[in-house]
Design a binder for this molecule. Structure first.
Ligand code: HEC
Length: 415
């Protein structure tokens, strides 16, 4: 990609824009579903897939309804990509790459093995999947037989991107390379944290100092927050740059202008992705998936499915605690399918007994009857301790008052 080399030579460094930040959005709660920080998410017309430190991958409908949860990975999930026209790939600490159908599933369709360390980055164009991570190799898989294994980076691979010219890789060594031949396209002297496709001629690249560069014929550079940018995603002229500081800058990348800053809870935002309809999804350390209208800056998190799940007039403290559950559990039997079984008449119900719901083998054993005591135990010691092997993400309810309120709420709402 010689045009990119030329662009590198002509980089302009724009002054930090002074566009005022929008007034703080009213903080609609996000879709709480992960049991730990969310490290990766990907978007497609089929919905979104998110993965986190709790080892789970959650598949969401385009409206924000979790439709499947899997705890298949045996370590933190660090990377997820859409496989255009096919489904999703996820990978992380356990070094394995799982291939999932577009609709999500409890177990993967295919598993790609061979990396010698945690996988940090994935990319796909629908024909091949590229993977990279701590072992420093870029692997390109076509689904039949062993991958091409490429070496050249000194250190971990942290970002990958399919382009018409080949697969680009960015590493902790600060180099941008193009495969299959491994050509050195650029060197930054600072770790590369994210890559995103913009249009046929341009890509965006972030480095650990918080700078975002647009590479291509009209290359430019903007300094974002003085904090590492860890995720990039583009939709038309809009480029979202999510930072460890917890905010997401929305840039007009052609003009090099900051349009607005989406403010979450001030925690690291590790992942961001535009859906085809232009809504932006983010996930981070607060364990919430948030949806935003990137053009107005308005948070859209409260999806209709989630809002309707909480009846009015019940224990308000308990209803607040139930927010940690509502993304995955309906309170009534007739609700559309969600990631977890409905909780109607949960007290007195045998574990694993909702007809038609595909439980994990552990819950299907049915050896627990749900009562105030056993539900309290489940969320005091945690589902991973009480029912090891369950697909419900690791989570606990913090204190006795919250627990009592949750039980009061459930008692009234599930009758
Ligand atoms: C990310 C989605 C998710 C969240 C959040 C979640 N659950 Fe679950 N829950 C599940 C899944 C999936 C199952 C079924 C697990 C299996 O089959 O291993 C489940 C199972 C259960 C069961 C057993 C139901 C049965 O039929 O045996 C109870 C009770 C339960 N959850 C309560 C809660 C409560 C209370 C909260 C909030 C504190 C909560 N869950 C949060 C996904 C979730």
């Amino acid at each position: 990609m010689p045009s990119m080399i030329r662009a590198m030579a002509a980089l302009l460094l724009l002054a930090l824009p002074t566009a005022a930040q929008l007034p703080e959005p009213d903080r609609a709660p996000g879709l709480m579903a992960h049991g730990g920080p969310i490290r990766a998410l990907a978007t497609s017309g089929a919905g979104i897939a998110s993965g986190g430190l709790d080892q789970s991958v959650i598949f969401w409908s385009p409206e924000g309804r979790p439709v499947a949860v899997t705890r298949w990975h045996q370590g933190a999930v660090e990377a997820i990509t859409v496989i255009p026209g096919a489904g999703w790939a996820s990978a992380g600490e356990d070094t394995r790459i799982a291939i999932w159908p577009a609709s999500g599933a409890a177990t993967p369709d295919m598993v790609l093995e061979g990396h010698q360390g945690p996988v940090l980055a994935l990319s796909s164009d629908g024909t091949t999947i590229a993977s990279g991570g701590f072992d420093g190799t870029v692997r390109i898989w076509d689904g039949s037989g062993p991958p091409q294994v490429h070496t050249g980076h000194r250190g971990a691979i942290s970002a990958l991107l399919h382009t018409a010219q080949g697969v680009l890789s960015g590493g902790h060594d600060g180099t941008l390379r193009q495969w299959p031949d491994g050509k050195l396209l650029a060197e930054f002297g600072l770790g590369i944290t994210a890559l995103a496709a913009l249009d046929a001629d341009h890509i965006a690249l972030a480095t650990v100092d918080g700078a975002v560069r647009i590479l291509g014929p009209q290359g430019r550079e903007f300094a974002t927050a003085p904090r590492p940018v860890v995720a990039l995603s583009a939709h038309g002229n809009l480029l979202a740059a999510a930072s460890i500081g917890g905010d997401v800058g929305i840039w007009d990348w052609r003009a090099g202008r900051l349009l607005r800053t989406l403010q979450g809870p001030g925690l690291p935002v590790w992942s961001a992705g535009f859906a085809p309809d232009g809504t932006l999804w983010t996930g981070g350390a607060d364990r919430q998936i948030r949806r935003w209208n990137a053009t107005t800056g308005r948070p859209l998190s409260e999806s209709a499915a989630v809002a309707q799940a909480i009846p009015e007039g019940l224990d308000p403290h308990g209803a607040r605690v139930f927010r940690a559950c509502q993304a995955c559990h309906a309170l009534t039997p007739g609700a559309p399918p969600m990631a977890g079984p409905h909780l109607h008449q949960i007290f007195g119900r045998r574990m694993g007994s909702v007809a038609g719901y595909a439980y994990s083998p552990r819950l299907a054993q049915g050896d627990i009857t749900w009562t105030a005591e056993t539900v309290a135990d489940l969320f005091t010691r945690g589902p991973d301790v009480v029912t090891p092997g369950t697909r419900m993400p690791m989570q606990t309810v913090g204190n006795a008052e919250d627990m009592a309120a949750l039980l009061r709420f459930l008692q009234a709402a599930t009758r």
